[in-house]
Design a protein. Structure first.
Length: 124
């Protein structure tokens, strides 16, 4: 799995949000390794329990492919990112600041991994 933070695009008072979202999406897709399994984090994606995430994680590990998580900027992901992603995952209905999403994602991946290893970190 790869974690790569892209430089922020400046947003002025009269910024063209669609253009910014598109440029951010192009940068995200360019940064993802070519053969990666792409997971778009998007509010309209599927919501998973931690146990369901651990099952997805197991499948991803079995596939032998890298997994790249696409996290949009403050204005969300581009349509191109959502279209190219093999999976679209929602962390919930709440709107979260994108830096916080990285923290929640890291913790949930660790928790899901702990389940796959029968580690006591996760408790039902």
């Amino acid at each position: 799995m790869h974690l790569r933070e892209l430089p922020a695009i400046k947003r002025g008072r009269n910024a063209d949000i669609d253009s910014i979202r598109q440029r951010e999406g192009e940068a995200l897709l360019a940064a993802a390794p070519t053969s990666s399994y792409l997971v778009a984090l998007d509010e309209h994606g599927n919501q998973w329990s931690t146990l369901e995430l651990s099952m997805h994680l197991t499948e991803w590990m079995k596939s032998g492919r890298d997994v790249a998580f696409l996290i949009g900027g403050p204005d969300g992901l581009s349509a191109a990112c959502r279209d190219k992603a093999q999976t679209c995952w929602s962390l919930g209905k709440l709107t979260l600041p994108h830096p916080l999403v990285r923290v929640v994602l890291a913790e949930q991946l660790y928790r899901a991994w702990a389940i796959t290893q029968n580690h006591p970190y996760h408790r039902d």
